[in-house]
Design a protein around this ligand. Sequence first.
Ligand code: 16G
Length: 245
Amino acid sequence: MSSLADRIGVLGEAGPLYRRVHDALRSAIENSLLKPSDALPPERDLAADFGVSRITIRKALDSLVAEGLLTRKQGAGTFVSGRVEKQFAKLTSFSEDMVSRGRKPRSEWLLRASGTVTPDESLTLGLSPGTPVFRFHRIRFADDQPMAVEYSTIPGFGLPSADAVVDSLYVALSDAGMRPARALQRLRAVLVHGERAKMLRVEPGAPALYIERRGFLDDGRVIEATQSWYRGDAYDFVAELSARA
Ligand code: 16G
């Protein structure tokens, strides 16, 4: 099999050597020559293949790790991290986000059930305690990589039944004429432990983004309350900011 350096071709001619290796690997990732979760060859092989020193390779990899394109796993090596960029201002679903990036969305069900509003939820959803709701707890995957653990609560009036949600919650809500028209979102950095770390396939204590979304219908009713724990190494939120008020 041809080496990675062979497949990448010649390095650029301008700038420091480590930068040229960095740029070559970066475009290999951008052009899907290297795919999410792919392991990179060991540093000494890369050095031999590119005809540069190991220090140069190490420096190039360090900067790609700092940019979030590569991830180092202790004892296992260096991998393409498969980050996904999310436009923060767009009200899209997980499935849509993944498909638009050429990834295949998939979910593992933890819970799909009907119940009634808890006192805590009644504030978030603006419903009286005891009102019927549906609960959907899922591990969300892009291809075979776990991206998020997500707990959604939908008021009973939003869906015909819990089984209405098959692959995408937003498809089921659209079918019922209940897709949120706008949403409020709050996020913060957290560390994940225990079961949640296991489900995301990260080390206990790894960083994650905790996001709460409250989705509203045009008439102002809350149609969705979702808590998500996104893997810190898998998601980039991009927001467009304007200086105009
Ligand atoms: C996203 C939303 C979540 C929504 C889900 C629906 C964020 C932070 N959260 O994960 O609120 O319930 O998409 O996805 O973007 P689905 O239609 O693929 O089930």
